[in-house]
Design a protein around this ligand. Sequence first.
Ligand code: CA
Ligand code: CA
Ligand code: CA
Length: 361
Amino acid sequence: MEMSEEIYANAKGTADDRADYSDSENSYEDVYANEDNLETQRTGSFKQSDHSGFNTERGRCYRLTAVCVLLLCVFLLTAITVLWIKFTNLNTQIDQLQTSYNNVTIKRDHLQTTYTNLTIERDQLQTSYNILTIERDQLQTSYNNLTTERDQLQTSYNNLTIERDQLQTSYNTMTIERDQLQTSYNTMTIERDQLQTSYNTMTTERDQLQTSSNTLTTERDQCRNMMAGVLVKQGWRFFNSKLYYIPTEEKSWTESRQDCRERGADLVIINSNKKWEFIIKHLGDKNRAWIGLSDRVTEGEWKWVDGTELKSGTGYWYGGEPNNQHNNEDCAEIWTFSDKKAWNDRPCSEKQWWICEINIF
Ligand SMILES: [Ca+2]
Ligand SMILES: [Ca+2]
Ligand SMILES: [Ca+2]
C-alpha cells in the first residue's frame, strides 16, 4: 500500500510538472526514473520482506495500470491542450468574426445611410430632371419661336436693306438734283439780282417815261384840243370824242374814202344807235352820202373800213336792201326815202356826198 501511494504521489507530481505543456518529454523521463526508483525500492522491499511470486505479479499489474493511466492522462492532457488551443483559436476567430460582423454592420448601416441619401438624391435628381425636361421643352418652344421671329426679322432686315438701298439711291439722286437746283438757284439768284437791277433801272426809266408820257399826254391833249378847234372851224362836228365832216362836193366811194384819208380820217363807221341818230341829224337835206361799209371783196359779206364785219341781220338797211341790183351794188350809202333815211347798196362808181370820221382823242 505504501508503494502505491508513492506511485500515485510521483504520478501526481509528474502530472503537476506536466501542467507546463512545453516540458512533456522531460516528464516522461521523470516517470521512468520514478519507475526505476520504485523498482529499486521494490527490490529493497523484496529484500526486506520476502514475499511470494503472487505479490510480484500484482506489482507488475499495478505498474502496467499506472503506465496506462499515465498514458491516458498524457493523452487527455494532450487532447485538452489541443482542444484548448482550438478553443482559444475559435475564440479568437469569434472575436475576429464579431469584429468583422460589427464592421460589416457599421458598413451596412453606412451603406444603408448612403443608399437612403442616394435614394433622396436620386428622387431630387429625378425631380430636377423632370423640371429640366419641362424647362428644356419650354426652351425648345422658345427656341422655335425665336427661330421664327429671327426668320421674320431676317426677312424684315432684308426688306429694310432693299428699302435702305433704294432710299440711298433716291437720296443720291436727290442730292444730285439738289446740287443742280442749288446751282440753278444760285444762277437764278444772280439773274434775279440782275433782273432786280434791270427792274430798278426800268422802274426809273418807266418813271421817267411816265413823266414824259404825262408831259406828252398833256401836250397831246393840248394839240388835240387845238386840232379839234381848227377842225371845228373848218366845218367838222364834234360828237362823243370824235369829229365828223361832210364835204360839199360829190365823188365815188373810192374817191370819197381817199379824200377822208387825206384829211387824216376815214369814211364813217356807224356802230351805235346814238352815232346813227347824230349822223342823220347833221346830214341835213343831203339825200345821199357814202359810209365806210362795202361788200366789194366778197359779195354779201359787208365789212367796215377798219376790217370789222357787219353781222347779218344788223344795221339800218331799208326794207329789201341790200339787193345788189344788177349785181353791181357793193358800196353802202345813207339814202333818204319817202319816210326815213336808211342804208342802201349802190354802185361804188356813183358820185355823191360822203361822211368822214376822225378820232383825235
Ligand atoms: Ca353787192
Ligand atoms: Ca358785187
Ligand atoms: Ca340797192
